[in-house]
Design a protein. Structure first.
Length: 301
């Protein structure tokens, strides 16, 4: 009897961890009444990238900035850090940069943020903010227009003493832009990807939205070793933004991304190496047969 009770408790802990890990990334289910997604707004001209006929460079290797602590900073301080990252590659801009309010306008001053260790190890609760801010992986890498994120939760697989040397997530290892071709590609290490617990991943694309690419589509016909049940056949109006929500379980809530984005969630990795071919548009295309404004490839190799 005692063994059965112990087993049930372990299953309950695992289930709760998986639930909270999912909610850290897709919290709209419990937060919709707190902060609904902003309505669609026209792309900001100030953030127009210098690509295609506007390009100022043939090819650029973009450095990946490490995650950073954002807990209890003001919104202005966070966006100043983002602006500094943008200015590292001004050749990619046609004008000035202004953080887009539809994406970042609901960041709250002096609030905690979900941490990397919190999201991928501790789950919701007082330790959800442990580690550098998990959103800083994207906020401080603005040219990482679209990132892949696997929904792992490691508390049942390793002791806390091993966290420091363990890849809780898989950071990009290389980001290359070819502005004249309106093309960029990011690579992830296949060895790290093989260690993921589940073969499904989501696309984090609010950087693309900030730069005016409001519509996104995964061309599975041009991808390799990835699939999605009931794959969309039309471009998706990306609603991703950051606000303060309660999914972290920390008193008062945390800044995090919202909402659920079914068209670009639950993409299945069928094997390695793999490629996800993403098309981006500034305005809604008549169909996906219309040439994208930018092509963006995600490689697992």
């Amino acid at each position: 009897m005692m063994r059965q009770i112990t087993l049930l408790l372990l299953l309950a802990v695992a289930g709760a961890g998986y639930y909270w890990q999912q909610m850290a990334r897709d919290p709209v289910a419990q937060e919709a009444q707190v902060a609904p997604a902003p309505k669609h707004e026209p792309p900001a001209v100030a953030n127009r990238l210098a690509i295609g006929k506007d390009a100022n460079a043939d090819a650029l290797e973009i450095a990946i900035n490490a995650p950073a602590e954002l807990d209890f900073l003001t919104r202005d301080a966070v966006l100043q850090m983002r602006g500094t990252a943008v200015k590292q590659y001004l050749a990619l801009f046609t004008a000035t940069y202004t953080p887009r309010s539809a994406v970042f306008g609901q960041i709250e001053d002096s609030a905690p943020w979900w941490g990397v260790e919190g999201q991928f190890y501790h789950g919701a609760g007082i330790r959800s903010i442990d580690g550098p801010a998990e959103e800083s992986r994207f906020l401080l890498n603005p040219y990482l227009l679209v990132a892949a994120e696997f929904n792992d939760w490691w508390i049942n697989d390793l002791s806390e003493s091993r966290i420091a040397g363990f890849p809780l997530d898989c950071p990009p290892r290389q980001l290359t832009w070819k502005p004249r071709d309106a093309y960029a590609e990011v690579s992830y290490d296949a060895a790290c990807i093989r260690r993921r617990q589940k073969p499904e991943f989501s696309l984090i694309a609010y950087n693309a939205r900030d730069f005016g690419f409001d519509y996104i589509y995964v061309s599975y016909a041009d991808s390799q070793n990835v699939s999605k049940a009931n794959a969309p056949t039309a471009a998706y109006a990306n609603p991703q933004f950051i606000h303060r929500g309660g999914s972290c379980g920390y008193p008062g809530g945390c800044n995090n991304m919202s909402p659920v984005t079914p068209d670009i969630d639950d993409i299945h990795l069928d094997g390695l190496p793999a490629k996800v071919m993403v098309w981006l548009w500034r305005e809604k295309p008549q169909s996906v047969a219309q040439a994208p404004d930018m092509r963006y490839a995600i490689h697992f190799r």
